[in-house]
Design a protein around this ligand. Structure first.
Ligand code: FES
Ligand code: FES
Length: 887
């Protein structure tokens, strides 16, 4: 141990530290300064823990406290507060650089050091200075903008007040600062791991290190005697069904007799400290007898393959889709292309680890105490009811903390089930703060698809028929596998008029990590195949891919592959908006063929459904005593900007200031259940339900002349109204034809990728991505751009680098997380066709942006090199090999 004296945020502190204590622990655990975050298991890969030490940006997870004697340390809390923010914090808020906000404090600290030494940095200077900081939400563009704006503030060229939108600018189409942005910029917004729980036991979990096996024995006799250990539990100790059942009850909270993938949880250990819990977990002896591993759907479907779940066949769901007569149409087509496409297992890669907390509230005399769960759920009411059954505890409440991104994975229950189970077991509070490696193991992934595709056209260049026989690797558990398959069918024909369709899907269990929702959930995979096939067919017909798309888009009144006719389809306007960019890109590509480096241009289109069959949302609104409005709806905001949407629309409809709109969205006690914050449905569905409630409220106010809740009640009317929105086109697809109900609205986009390919190494550099999107009237331009920019960046990772390999992908480096270095130039073009049933005409946009990205990039690689890489990701090795095969 060594005594050191440090100055932290201007206050001198004496600390006696162990040799291995790092600054991050001192700040978070001892000083209660939780602005510095941890994402990457202290490997220096995320920068979320960045602070300033003696004027330098330092990753506090790497800095030993004993080496810091005499140092002057500044954390994000020492920079400014929400009431008195630093100009850099103001710049991040006003630039729209804060989405989930988990990366924000680290980014701001790195920016401060840069700007202290270089008040007018270039884009390259910023990328270099912030190279240790990563962000999954923003695509890095707005982060660069934020640092530049901060520079202008600091140089006195402009003030925050000159940039900040005014109330008189209106509420719709204006980028008012997000409600939580300043708290995130100042490090005062609490994420789950930031919440202190008095007397909480810390949890560690023993997980399977093999993909398939029988649990022969578990011996924790040594572990339970270890220092600090408070309790150890196995499946036998769970009082409820021990099943996390979203659709199929196949996934245990703790495994009973078998493990089915690398990472399956077997034993939970609670101790006074996390270190003690981890040490005891290491001492638990689990004997596993290996079973044959079914590593691919092909192996699972083979004759005689072992069944992964005793009561469910490996091929657990099949669904065809038949529209017209595709075989006959193909036989009469003048051109037909055929190819086998595959997409990889991928991780959504939210940077916050999967933290969960459980504790009991003060109990009423004679009542079962109430178990409170705090976690990252995007569907708190459903998750609470699943947990009640799984854990066998009825009296429960779920509260959502601020969440460091999710991108679909929090449709699932992860750490919160284990924290809840242990809290019930020990009757004491529990925190489960897993490592990144463990978070990667416990979260669901994007399903890999294998797709056999045929696409035909007639002599006029019109698409005649489309066939897609696809197999979906479900992994070890179902989660929402059926929904992902159905969504793929609902959007199978993409943006096009395809009169004849023949498709078949098989959902297959394997011993891989389980799949679930992942930004787009099905459509990105099938759209990849269709959009590449469009370029193949255009090539075969000798037609420009831009014109080929333009002549095949659906027209209002024509039908999708489900047989449902569409009423609006504003693709042509988007293409015309994109035309000058496409022509410029094609011209520049011709001018930039530099020897071995070839420039190429590719297009991708997407039409993404919003408000699925039967989708229903409910939101309550209440007129407050001061004339403000409270909104009660469990519409989580893990970074997309839902809080802005609710606030600005409510302020607009009620004609009140934004600070008189009070949101209650994160607690099962006070919210309506309104479905998941997923499927890009919150603006359209929940925003629509809120507007419906506000209209009822306004009518009551007009009828009575009441100006506030008290006056309304005095006039004999309720102050609270429940609004709803429902897609009346409901029910499943026909099990034999895949025909049936569909989405109520669509968001449309066309994307243009410009890439440079090194034909010797296979390296692909994205020069620029441009997205033209029509999501109806734009409510908050920065939020819309932020979704599109972040989605393009994520889509590029999906196209070129990212792949989750069980047992090998353990951190952000092995995942190949996108960085400032891999970021690229981006442009967003918007068209605003009001949707007939949209919320003030608007629809959501969060997932759309990723849907056309991978095919646009792969089409650009083909355009540059003549080589097709149709097995994602298009790594340098695959690109190089494809170029060699094509030449
Ligand atoms: S936690 Fe320090 S760099 Fe990731
Ligand atoms: S805002 Fe950067 S990770 Fe979410």
């Amino acid at each position: 141990m060594k005594k050191v004296i440090l100055t932290i945020n201007g206050r001198q502190q004496e600390v006696v530290a162990a040799p291995d204590m790092v600054l991050l622990d001192l700040l978070r655990d001892d000083m209660k300064l939780t602005g510095a975050k941890q994402s990457c298991d202290r490997k220096g890969q995320c920068g979320a823990c960045m602070v300033i030490v003696d004027g330098k940006a330092v990753r506090s997870c790497l800095a030993k406290v004993v080496s810091l004697d005499g140092s002057d340390i500044i954390t994000v809390e020492g920079l400014g507060t929400p009431d008195n923010p630093h100009l850099i914090q103001e710049a991040f808020v006003l630039s729209g650089a804060i989405q989930c906000g988990f990366c924000t404090p680290g980014m701001i600290m790195a920016a401060k050091v840069l700007l202290d030494g270089n008040p007018d940095p270039s884009t390259d200077d910023i990328k270099k200075a912030l190279r240790h900081n990563i962000c999954r939400c923003t695509g890095y563009k707005k982060l660069v903008d934020a640092v530049k704006l901060a520079g202008r503030f600091l140089r006195g060229e402009i003030t925050p007040d000159q940039v900040k939108p005014k109330p008189s600018d209106g509420m719709i189409g204006v980028s008012h600062p997000r409600p939580s942005a300043m708290a995130k910029a100042c490090g005062t917004a609490h994420f789950t791991a930031d919440i202190r729980v008095d007397g909480a036991a810390e949890l560690a979990v023993v997980r399977s290190d093999i993909a398939h096996g029988v649990i022969k024995s578990i011996d924790f006799s040594q572990a339970e005697k270890m220092e600090g250990v408070l309790g150890i539990m196995t499946a036998k100790d769970i009082k409820g069904t021990n099943r996390i059942k979203l659709m199929v009850g196949d996934r245990p909270v703790l495994c009973e007799d078998r493990v089915r993938y690398i990472g399956d949880p077997i034993v939970a250990v609670a101790a006074a400290t996390r270190k003690q819990a981890l040490a005891a977990a290491q001492a638990v002896k689990v004997e596993l007898e290996p079973l044959p591993v079914l590593a691919t759907p092909g192996e699972s479907m083979a004759d005689g393959a072992a069944q992964i779940h005793a009561d469910i066949p490996n091929i657990c769901f099949t669904q065809p889709q038949i529209k017209g007569d595709a075989q006959s149409a193909l036989s009469q087509s003048v051109a037909v292309v055929e190819a086998d496409f595959t997409t990889q297992l991928n991780h959504q890669a939210a940077i916050e680890p999967e933290a969960g907390i459980a504790y009991f509230e003060e109990e009423e005399e004679g009542e079962e105490p109430r178990l409170v769960i705090i976690g990252r759920s995007i569907n708190i009411h459903l998750h609470m009811s699943v947990l009640q059954e799984a854990l066998g505890w009825e009296n429960m409440r779920y509260m959502e903390a601020f969440s460091g991104g999710q991108f679909g994975m929090k449709i699932e229950i992860t750490s919160e089930a284990l924290a809840g189970a242990m809290a019930i077991h020990l009757k004491r509070p529990v925190r489960y703060i897993p490592s990144l490696d463990e978070s990667m193991k416990m979260t669901p992934k994007r399903h890999p698809f294998s797709m056999k595709v045929k696409l035909g056209a007639d002599a006029d260049g019109k698409i005649t028929a489309y066939c897609n026989d696809f197999v979906v690797d479900n992994g070890a558990y179902n989660s929402i596998g059926h929904i992902v398959v159905n969504r793929s069918f609902l959007m199978l024909s993409g943006s096009y008029n395809i009169p004849n369709v023949q498709a078949m899907a098989r959902l297959v269990y394997t011993n891989n990590p389980f799949g679930s929702a992942a930004r787009g959930a099905g459509p990105p995979q099938v759209n990849f195949a269709l959009e590449c096939a469009m370029d193949m067919l255009a090539d075969k017909l000798g037609v420009d891919p831009f014109e080929f798309r333009l002549q095949n888009y659906l027209q209002p009144g024509q039908t999708k592959s489900t047989g449902r006719a569409v009423e609006q389809w504003p693709m042509e306007g988007l293409m015309e908006a994109m035309r000058p960019h496409y022509e410029r890109a094609v011209r520049e590509a011709k001018e930039n063929q530099n020897g071995k480096v070839k420039r190429g241009v590719g297009l991708g289109t997407g039409s993404f459904g919003i408000g699925g069959p039967g989708d229903t949302a409910v939101a309550a609104v209440e007129l407050d005593p001061d004339g403000g409005v409270s909104v009660f709806a469990a519409g989580a905001d893990p970074g997309e900007g839902n809080d802005s949407m609710f606030t600005q629309i409510a302020a607009h409809v009620m004609n009140i200031p934004m600070d008189k709109v009070r949101l209650h969205t994160r607690d099962t006690d006070v919210t309506t259940a309104t479905g998941p914050s997923a499927a890009s449905r919150i603006t359209y569905m929940v925003g629509g339900a809120m507007v419906n409630g506000l209209e009822q409220l306004k009518k009551a106010m007009e009828e009575t002349g009441a100006k506030n809740g008290e006056e309304l009640k005095a006039a004999g009317k309720p102050a609270r109204y429940v609004g709803t929105k429902k897609n009346e086109d409901a029910g499943p697809l026909d099990p034999k034809t895949g025909q049936g109900p569909s989405f109520e609205a669509q968001v449309h986009a066309v994307q243009l990728a410009e890439v440079e390919v090194d034909t010797e190494t296979g390296d692909v550099r994205i020069v620029k991505m441009t997205t033209a999107v029509d999501a109806g009237p734009v409510i908050h331009p920065q939020n819309l751009e932020g979704q599109l920019e972040g989605g393009m960046d994520m889509g590029a990772g999906y196209a070129l680098r990212e792949q989750f390999v069980a047992g090998q992908t353990k951190d952000w480096q092995t995942f190949k997380f996108p960085t400032f270095k891999t970021s690229f130039d981006m442009e967003v073009i918007t068209r605003e066709t009001p949707r007939v049933r949209g919320t003030l005409g608007a629809v959501g946009v969060g997932e759309m942006t990723l849907v056309p990205t991978a095919p646009a990039i792969v089409n650009a690689i083909k355009n540059a090199t003549g080589a097709w890489v149709i097995n994602l990701p298009a790594t340098p090795e695959k690109v190089k090999q494809a170029i060699q095969s094509a030449s």
